[in-house]
Design a protein around this ligand. Structure first.
Ligand SMILES: CCCNc1ncnc2c1ncn2[C@@H]1O[C@H](/C=C/CNC(=O)c2cc(-c3ccc(F)cc3)cc(O)c2O)[C@H](C)[C@H]1O
Ligand SMILES: [Mg+2]
Length: 214
């Protein structure tokens, strides 16, 4: 029977990456996406920008919206300090199953809490379920029309503190117009655009980094 693209991506990781070596997992996925099948991972070019933001913020608590196959989860978790925690939300069971195995192959399961479910249902439960007060960093990479409602929900749930960083993928392609309009005009955020390209292509894209001012 036909395999899915995430299943084929996992097979490429298990074939080409070294267990316990996150950089080899990232490299194996990027090679798979460049040489075999395009997939919507943040990719190596935007991934370097993601890495630099994670390193700069050095977060204790991270929330990722939209795990997909766990590519950015592995990139972020591999850069976290020892006690730090990354919570990643994925509502598609098939994707979640693949991502768990990718994260495990990288040896990062102790730093990552993959929650299978919808952001709208779990954002309000972050405090009670995981004892999280606020997030130091949020990486938005799920359905593009959900960036804005989920950002407002995080504000309402008190999950952002003065200095929390939001990093949003795909603000050009596919684009997140309502989110950009809100975040760039809100007095509660200071935003910066990092111009880049759509993963594995020459198409223009970029990341928007926003600091919550409280
Ligand atoms: C209840 C819903 C909200 N709550 C949710 N709660 C939990 N998990 C959620 C929620 N909403 C979605 N997810 C999960 O996140 C993933 C979804 C990721 C979506 N990403 C894109 O659509 C994209 C497209 C392109 C692209 C560019 C150019 C092209 F030509 C084609 C494609 C590039 C990119 O970098 C992209 O990230 C995953 C598939 C999906 O199950
Ligand atoms: Mg993306």
């Amino acid at each position: 029977t036909q395999t899915t693209r995430p299943q084929r991506m996992l097979a490429a990781v298990q074939k080409n990456a070294t267990r316990g070596d996150p950089r080899s997992v990232v490299k194996a996925i990027d090679q798979f996406c460049r040489q075999k099948e395009w997939a919507m991972n943040v990719g190596d070019e935007k991934g370097c920008i993601l890495d630099s933001v994670v390193t700069e913020v050095n977060p204790e608590t991270v929330l990722e919206l939209g795990t997909y196959c766990g590519y950015s989860t592995v990139r972020i978790a591999s850069l976290l300090p020892p006690q730090a925690k990354l919570i990643t939300l994925e509502f598609n069971p098939g994707n979640a199953a693949i991502a768990r195995q990718v994260i495990a192959w990288a040896g990062l399961e102790d730093k990552v809490e993959l929650v299978e479910g919808a952001s709208g249902d779990f954002i309000p439960k972050m405090k009670e379920m995981f004892g999280i007060k606020t997030f130091d960093l949020v990486f938005l990479d799920h359905w593009k029309d959900r960036y804005l409602p989920d950002t407002k929900l995080m504000e309402e749930c008190g999950l952002l503190r003065k200095g929390s960083i939001l990093l949003a993928d795909n603000v050009i392609c596919p684009g997140t117009p309502d989110y950009l309009e809100y975040i760039r005009n809100s007095p509660r955020y200071k935003s910066q655009f990092f111009k880049s390209h759509l993963e594995y292509t020459k198409v223009e894209d970029g990341l928007e980094k926003s600091i919550f001012l409280g």
